[in-house]
Write a protein that binds this ligand. Sequence first.
Ligand code: DQA
Length: 149
Amino acid sequence: STIMVLNGPNLNLLGTREPDMYGHETLSDVEVLCRDTAAALGYEIDFRQSNHEGVLIDYIHEAGRRIKEGEVLGVVFNPAAYTHTSVALHDAIKGADVPVIEVHISNVHTREAFRHHSYISPVALGIVVGMGVQGYALGIQGLVHKLSA
Ligand code: DQA
């Protein structure tokens, strides 16, 4: 079975974007980390990034369909800035009934006040915050731990 790993806006710049905040590893490095972590647990990874809210919503809907077909286990999702703005992503996760582990590389709670609220957390199965890119690996492990029989 497959775990979808979704990344929101600006995460394509990972490695060069605010390295003091987000580290030097690129999104390709994160993809390798996710693949290795999932493989050790017997899962495959479908890894995606988009800068567009509607595209991310379509991916969540796709995840919902593929979960019903037994092909996808769930989603590890770093919604990036849409975390703090998107009622539409909240509704998509709820409406498509998708188990989501929310991941943030940085500890958003030590940062600006506008990063303290998440529209995603109330519809998330679990949350990993402030663990660097390792949070993706922890998110995958947590998803499997919570959902696999
Ligand atoms: C982020 C935190 C968000 O506040 C920010 O907009 C991002 C990345 C993180 O992974 O720490 O783009 O989701």
